[in-house]
Design a protein around this ligand. Structure first.
Ligand code: ZN
Length: 276
C-alpha cells in the first residue's frame, strides 16, 4: 500500500523502531526493496531523486498491486528546487524532502513553509533538514559546523509545519574520512523538544552500534545508499573474478542480491521487522 511517509514514521516513532530509506536507482532496485520488506514484513521508504520522476508514479502504482500488504512511501530525496518539488508531487511521490540546509535560517523557513503548504494541499508529507549533514570526505573539517541547534529545531518545526525533521547530529554522506562521532546528547535533547519524527541522513558506514543507539534515542528514518551500493559492487567483483565470460544477467542478479543483503541487515538492526 502506497502511503504518506509521515504515516509510516509516526508509527515507527511511537513504537520505537527505525525504518530504512534506501536510495533506488531504477525499477529493479525499487522492486528489490519491496521484496526485502515483504520477506521481513516491514514498512519501507523508497528514497528517489528528481530524475526518477518520469517513471516513479507508474512504478509505484504497479508495485502497489504487486505488494498490497507492504506500507511504502516514495520520497523525493534532497529536493533542491521549487520546480523540482512540484514536479515530483505531480509525478506521484507521497513525500518530498525540501533541502535548504545550506541557506540562512529565515530563508530555509520561508522556502520550506511555502512547499509544505503546496505538498499538504496535495496530501503529500514533507521532510526538511535543519543544520547541515555534510560529506564524509570532509568529515573532520565540517562535522561540527552543521550540527542542528535544539532551540532552532523547535522554532523551525513550528514555523514551517514540516512533518519530519532531518537532523545533523554527527553523521555524513558517503564514506567517512575519519571516525563517525554521533552527538547522542544533542539527539536526545532534540527528540524531547520537537514532536515530529526525526530523520538521520548519511546512515552508511556510521557503524551498527551508533545507528542502533540513534534509533533507540528517537531516529525513525535512516537514509542509506553507499553501503547498499558497496554491497552490490562487492558481489559483482567476486563474480567477475570467478568467471572468465560473465553474463550481464549474472551481474545484475548478483548486484541486486548484494543490495538486498545489506538492506536486510539494516532492517533487522533498526527493529522494523514484523511490524506490519
Ligand atoms: Zn542525505
Amino acid at each position: 500500500m502506497l502511503v504518506r511517509m509521515d504515516d509510516i514514521l509516526k508509527k515507527a516513532s511511537a513504537e520505537g523502531y527505525g525504518v530504512p530509506a534506501p536510495n533506488i536507482m531504477d525499477a529493479e532496485t525499487f522492486r528489490a526493496c519491496l521484496e526485502v520488506a515483504r520477506k521481513l514484513r516491514a514498512p519501507i521508504i523508497i528514497d528517489a531523486g528528481e530524475e526518477h520522476a518520469d517513471f516513479i508514479g507508474e512504478a509505484a502504482r504497479f508495485f502497489e498491486r504487486q505488494f498490497p500488504e507492504i506500507p511504502f512511501a516514495v520520497n523525493l530525496d534532497h529536493g533542491s528546487t521549487f520546480e523540482g518539488a512540484v514536479r515530483c508531487i505531480r509525478a506521484g511521490y507521497t513525500s518530498i524532502m525540501v533541502d535548504r540546509s545550506q541557506a540562512p535560517f529565515e530563508q530555509n523557513v520561508s522556502e520550506t513553509a511555502e512547499l509544505v503548504k503546496i505538498a499538504h494541499a496535495a496530501d503529500v508529507s514533507v521532510e526538511a533538514e535543519l543544520g547541515h549533514v555534510g560529506q564524509g570526505v570532509s568529515y573532520d573539517e565540517d562535522r561540527d559546523a552543521g550540527l542542528t541547534r535544539v532551540e532552532d529545531a523547535v522554532k523551525y518545526v513550528e514555523k514551517t509545519g514540516v512533518d519530519c525533521l532531518a537532523v545533523a547530529v554527527g553523521t555524513a554522506h558517503g564514506r567517512y574520512v575519519g571516525t563517525p562521532k554521533l552527538d547522542f546528547d544533542r539527539l536526545t535533547a532534540i527528540r524531547k523538544a520537537v514532536s515530529v519524527p526525526l530523520v538521520l541522513h548519511g546512515g552508511s558506514s556510521s557503524g551498527d552500534e551508533n545507528l542502533r543507539k540513534a534509533v533507540e534515542l528517537g531516529i525513525a528514518k535512516v537514509n542509506l545508499w553507499t553501503d547498499l551500493s558497496n554491497g552490490a559492487c562487492d558481489k559483482v567483483k567476486g563474480y567477475l573474478e570467478r568467471k572468465e565470460f560473465p553474463s550481464y544477467a549474472g551481474i545484475l542478479k548478483l548486484g541486486l542480491s548484494g543490495y538486498k543483503a545489506v538492506l536486510t541487515h539494516y532492517m533487522e538492526l533498526f527493529g522494523c521487522v514484523n511490524r506490519i
